[in-house]
Design a protein around this ligand. Structure first.
Ligand SMILES: [Fe+2]
Length: 152
């Protein structure tokens, strides 16, 4: 296990999760009309889930002897629901990629590998669900999850 790299990668993930807290919450608040009825709970749940992930990995960073970040990555603002969903796909894809990098840094530590494999599974399902909301599927990744090389 490369502890310093793992702390760095987990902090990257925490910054993304904190962005997710704010971005998904903002989307839930600004929606109007029928879109609000359909999507408000989806984005509220995603915001809550992101906070849970940020807390989980902040605890792990402290346990590793590091200092968890409290700075989110940049929020992408929009009032267009299709753009919200596209941003969500990009966000979840990036999360899968960062957790895969963290998994690579954790190699040899069974406990951290298990936590990160579960996390990659969860983020991949979120990514795929948002893609399905857009009427799309990720033909490149199949059951293995979002491709790290395509993260952006
Ligand atoms: Fe997450």
């Amino acid at each position: 296990m490369d502890k310093a790299r793992l702390i760095d990668k987990l902090n990257e993930a925490i910054a993304l999760e904190l962005c997710g807290v704010l971005q998904y919450n903002q989307y839930a608040q600004v929606l109007l009309g029928q879109d609000r009825k359909i999507w408000k709970s989806v984005f509220t749940d995603s915001s809550d889930e992101s906070l849970g992930h940020a807390r989980l990995f902040a605890e792990r960073v402290v346990a590793l002897g590091g200092h968890p970040t409290c700075e989110p990555t940049a929020v992408k603002q929009t009032t267009d629901v299709k753009e919200m969903l596209r941003n969500a796909v990009d966000h979840e894809k990036r999360a899968v990629a960062v957790y895969k990098e963290a998994l690579d840094a954790a190699e040899g530590n069974v406990a951290y590998c298990n936590i990160l494999e579960d996390q990659i599974d969860e983020e991949t399902r979120d990514y795929e669900e948002f893609l399905l909301y857009l009427g799309e599927v990720d033909k490149a990744s199949g059951a293995g999850g979002a491709s790290a090389s395509k993260a952006g």
